[in-house]
Design a protein around this ligand. Structure first.
Ligand code: 0A1
Ligand code: ZN
Length: 865
């Protein structure tokens, strides 16, 4: 029989804890199948506690050996023990303060969910966010309970690590003390035979900090870039936010089995090895980019997340939105700001707009959840970051910095809410942010429409907004939309330099003095004006602007805002592709404009590479749906390929010239300038291979001295139908897990759609397909669902069934990753009735699985609607 459905938890039901923790002392006696955890926790009654006064401790999968209060052993009659935890009734508790002691046994080797204490490649490691600490010992596992921790680890590993500063140690044991009060989700422990890449950093006030990146022996030569990124992040946070590191040591550990990217545990960050290890031969420029931004992200959490944390998990965006915003700022400062912005927006649209448009839409601050692990989403992270970006635009850079200073001053050491955050901004800037707060409490992507008219010497610009209904939120109020804009004349002359307007009503009409602007620009009164709206993507909205193709071509050629230049090209491509899908023709003017842009050496090569990239198949499917069509994934795939071939033919000359000119040579550096040249050259290679055949790609493959070039040639050859290259790549890299993840994924992503499921299925039989490793699982199953949409949506339904089979299988071992991967089904409502029926049947089959996890069952339920 299936268990009753787990009940949702609501923000409105938040109650402060009945007890707070003054100190925690933990002893770990490590053993793979039977680790003992001894805890000594000093509690005191919470004066603000609204609970009933019972001591409520979370605990899951723990074998309780003994427990005591103030040295007096408790018997089973003294407490209530359930599969979720342990409660000691108020009447059995000393009134003010008492010492809780417990000994439990846990099984790290049997922990396949990778939450709590588990083993990866023979080493012990932990993952406690969001609610993993309760799988380690009994504890009030909620972020508003913060305490300093002392930890003693006993085990036969050469390296024994926990949070904070190192204490005494000896053979087989080590002690750690973290003086900064923290919630249990930031606890970490690592034990293994590891080696360190070491460095040091002196903070702005002169504190010497030891920096270590711990890896398995053999990987120590792949840590230099992560270390460099760490030191640059530490300096940047001092310079830009005035934030200094606060311990004597900062440790990073790379583990192979990790559900997410990385984790900001206090003083002991744990990383998916994919986001630490890099050498030119094994990592692409893109991998280097990720390493830089994830190292920065986790480091920045030290202040935005750790020193100031979340009161409850509904406030997740308080730390995540802000920390993503900060890591994006860091990357923008480090690399080209325009390219960074375009890449961030591409991600936002691909993941967050998609989420907002479907059954999983939720607020940046959700109102309820069943399983919090299901809310580490693009909406909380990426839209959460956009909301901070808008706030900064609205109040200005100086007031933003003043507000952040006040936030750190007022709330250091506290567990806070979005109300606390906004109150700081209100107090510092004197602004009323009650309407702005809707960005946190309303789901859905607002649609902004813009129409304009030249009337004599005036321009009237009408702006209007609609926030579409989302699950459980049929009616929406208008939001505050900051719009950065300029105006151009038809010859590209700038009529109005960048200016900022705010739309906070449903509709407004702005009036511009065209005669004055024309006089200032030194041109005759124009009868056509081209607004460049939402520059830099100043708000996370969908803009429907009444721009003609000719207008967009002007913006593509002349917009001083690089984001909108790119955007103009992108929308022209999308329009052309949509036209081709419905039988329309290609427009040679677009290729001419792209050709001019490609040859413009004043433009950043990375920017030009981005301008060459087509909207994704998923993007086109959504565009078709938005346009009232039922997308046909096979036709979209074919049309996109046809467009690429046409583009390659039309631009053959400039592409071949770029291919020859942009070779950065064999001395690899991941810096932005070299990476940009490779991006442009490899984009040219992919296009040229489509029309020239495989020779150039073969030569490129043979000449490659770094993974960026090697994988570019590899995928170009797969697209060209090369049957040998997969074996060659395999034979060279079969012993490198991270490179082999690329091998698995590329073959599926670049398979012809009607072969994709068969390719994926065959690869699941490969001896190196370890499906319990989340990276490998994502490479293969995600390679199909995200990397080959036409294959996943194969009309036979085989892709849907393949995913369901694997989700069911993985769920029994690792619910968190299974649940995340189920989002592949979230777009079902776009498709035809046959596909909808087949997806629904798979969702039903998953839902009916005996013992399905809370994670996956919540996701399947929400996706089905
Ligand atoms: N807080 C981390 C990401 C993270 C979230 C959840 C995890 O397990 C459920 C693990 C890591 C970050 O934002 O980097
Ligand atoms: Zn984060």
């Amino acid at each position: 029989m299936k268990d009753a459905a787990p009940q949702p938890i609501h923000l409105a039901d938040y109650r402060p804890p009945s007890h707070l923790v003054e100190t925690v002392a933990l002893t770990f006696r490590l053993s793979p199948g039977a680790t003992r955890v001894l805890s000594r926790i000093r509690f005191r009654a919470n004066p603000a506690g609204l609970e009933n006064g019972n001591l409520r401790l979370d605990g899951e999968g723990l074998r309780l050996i003994s427990c005591a209060i103030d040295g007096v052993a408790l018997t089973a009659l003294d407490y209530l023990l359930t599969p979720e935890g342990l409660t000691v009734p108020a009447e059995r508790l000393p009134a003010q303060s008492f010492l809780w002691e417990a000994e439990v046994e846990i099984d790290p080797a049997g922990n396949t969910a990778l939450e709590g204490l588990y083993m990866s490649g023979g080493m012990y490691c932990t993952q406690c966010e969001a609610e993993g600490f309760r799988k380690i010992t009994f504890y009030p596992d909620r972020p508003d309970v913060m305490a300093p921790f002392t930890v003693r680890i006993e085990g036969d590993a050469s390296v024994l690590l926990s949070n904070g500063n190192p204490g005494a140690s000896g053979p087989g044991w080590a002690e750690w003390h973290d003086p900064w009060p923290k919630p249990a989700y930031l606890f970490a422990l690592v034990a293994g035979d590891l080696v360190a890449h070491r460095d040091a950093f002196t903070t702005m006030s002169g504190r010497a900090v030891d920096l270590n990146i711990w890896v398995r022996p053999g990987d120590e030569g792949k840590c230099a870039y992560a270390m460099d990124a760490l030191k640059r992040s530490m300096r940047w946070d001092e310079e830009v936010y005035g934030r200094e590191y606060d311990l004597d040591v900062f440790n990073i550990v790379a583990v192979d089995d990790f559900n997410m990217g990385a984790m900001e545990n206090k003083g002991l960050n744990i990383f998916n090895s994919k986001y630490v290890l890099a050498s030119p031969e094994t990592a692409t420029d893109r991998d280097y980019d990720f390493i830089e931004s994830i190292v920065a992200h986790e480091y920045f959490h030290n202040w935005t997340g750790n020193r100031i944390t979340c009161r409850d998990w509904f406030q997740l965006c308080l730390k995540e939105g802000l920390t993503v915003f900060r890591d994006q700022q860091f990357s923008a400062d480090t690399r080209s700001a325009a390219v960074q912005r375009i890449e961030d927006v591409l991600q936002l649209r691909a993941r967050q707009f998609r989420e907002d448009a479907g059954p999983l839409a939720h607020n940046v601050r959700p109102d309820s959840y069943v399983e919090i692990n299901n809310f580490y989403t693009a909406t909380v992270y990426e839209k959460g970051a956009e909301v901070i970006g808008m706030l900064k635009r609205i109040v200005g850079a100086q007031e933003y910095r003043a507000a952040l200073d006040e936030y750190f001053r007022r709330h250091d050491g506290q567990a806070c809410t979005i109300e606390d955050w906004l109150a700081v901004f209100q107090d510092v800037t004197g602004r009323d942010l009650s309407q702005f707060k809707r960005w946190y409490t309303q789901a859905g992507t607002p649609r902004l429409t813009a129409e304009w008219q030249v009337a004599g010497d005036r321009l009237h610009l009408r702006l209007a907004q609609v926030v579409p209904p989302t699950p459980d939120q049929p009616l929406k109020e208008p939001v505050v939309i900051p719009i950065a804009m300029g105006l151009l004349a038809a010859d590209g002359t700038e009529l109005l330099p960048e200016t900022h307007v705010i739309l906070d009503s449903r509709e407004t009409v702005l009036d511009f003095d065209l005669a004055k602007m024309a006089a200032q620009a030194g041109i005759a009164l124009p009868d056509r004006v081209i607004p460049s709206l939402l520059r830099g993507f100043s708000a996370p909205v969908i803009l429907d602007a009444a721009l003609t193709r000719a207008d967009r071509l002007v913006l593509l050629a002349h917009d001083p805002d690089p984001f909108n230049r790119w955007e103009a090209g992108r929308s022209l491509m999308r329009e052309t592709l949509m036209g081709m899908l419905t039988g329309g023709a290609r427009d040679p003017a677009l290729f001419d404009a792209l050709g001019r842009l490609l040859a413009d050496e004043r433009l950043d090569a990375a920017f030009r590479a981005l301008c060459l990239a087509l909207p994704s198949e998923d993007d086109l499917a959504q565009a078709a749906h938005d346009g009232g069509l039922v997308p046909d994934p096979t036709a979209i795939h074919a049309t996109r390929k046809a467009f690429q071939s046409a583009m390659a033919s039309a631009l053959h000359g400039p592409l071949a010239a770029l291919y020859d000119a942009k070779d950065p040579g064999p001395d690899y550096s991941p810096d932005a300038a070299q990476a940009a040249d490779r991006a442009l050259r490899n984009a040219a290679l992919a296009l040229l291979t489509r029309i020239e055949g495989p020779d150039r790609a073969r030569a490129h493959y043979d000449a490659a001295t770094n993974m960026t070039d090697e994988i570019a040639a590899f995928t170009a050859l797969l697209e060209a139908g090369d049957t040998d290259v997969a074996q060659r790549f395999h034979d060279r890299w079969k012993d490198d897990r991270l490179v082999m993840d690329k091998w698995f994924m590329a073959q599926i992503t670049h398979a012809a759609p009607d072969r994709a499921v068969a390719t994926a299925r065959a690869l699941t039989d490969h001896p190196l397909f370890d499906w319990t490793n989340p990276n490998r699982f994502r490479s293969v199953i995600g390679g199909l669902t995200a990397g080959n949409p036409a294959g996943f949506h194969d009309p036979s339904g085989a892709g849907y069934a393949f995913l369901a089979d694997w989700l069911i299988r993985l769920d029994a071992k690792n619910p968190q990753t299974a649940a995340r991967m189920s989002t592949a089904y979230e777009t079902w409502a776009r498709y035809d009735a046959d596909r909808q029926d087949m997806i629904r049947a798979e969702l039903d089959r998953i839902a009916a699985t005996e013992g399905l996890s809370r994670d996956l069952s919540e996701m399947v339920g929400r996706i089905r609607g």
